[in-house]
Ligand binder design. Structure first.
Ligand code: PNS
Length: 164
């Protein structure tokens, strides 16, 4: 039997502790965890793709079974290409469910071999999103403990650059 590979896809603009919590929960369950960063320029991310990847690689340096890749096009195509059959998505609250349910069923329709596995992050992070992180950072709010220090530093620097 081949290695059990999990694909954990997202925009990761930027990665935060809720994402990291899910990745850490995947590590003991899979031989490899591939964090798949969507190349979504049309979503106008705050961080360019290369920086999003670099930040994730830095914070996952202590996890040898994790690697970071970028993808565009269909998630199921990427998943098949790397020999994986499991897509992991975090479910924070009921409000996430509808969209995630639609994506999971569409992905199943596109490739019935791909299973979506939903995992709940630690309750402390159940309200956390990259969008809120950026909003609070832009308004000068305190974010310690919600994302790795490196990410919070980069967030501050990028927002300062955007203001000047
Ligand atoms: O972090 P996000 O923005 O919630 O992640 C969304 C993501 C990347 C999982 C989703 O947009 C995606 O899978 N995009 C790839 C395009 C695709 O496969 N679309 C059809 C499946 S619904």
């Amino acid at each position: 039997m081949g290695a059990k590979i999990a694909v954990y896809p997202g925009s990761f603009d930027p990665i935060h502790n809720g994402h990291l919590d899910i990745i850490q929960r995947c590590v003991p369950l899979f031989d490899e965890v591939v964090v798949a960063v969507l190349r979504n320029d049309e979503k106008r991310p705050l961080f360019p793709e290369a920086e999003r990847v670099e930040m994730i690689e830095s914070v996952l340096a202590g996890f040898p079974s994790c690697r970071v890749e970028t993808f565009s096009g269909l998630l199921v195509d990427f998943t098949r290409r790397i020999g994986a059959r499991v897509v992991v998505r975090g479910l924070r609250a009921v409000s996430d469910f509808e969209n995630e349910f639609q994506m999971a069923l569409m992905n199943r329709r596109l490739d019935s071999r791909v299973e979506t596995l939903f995992m709940m992050p630690r309750e402390d992070y159940s309200y956390l999103s990259s969008r809120l992180l950026k909003e609070v950072a832009a308004l000068g709010g305190e974010l310690t403990g919600l994302a790795p220090d490196l990410v919070l530093e980069r967030l501050g620097a990028r927002l300062a650059a955007a203001r000047s």
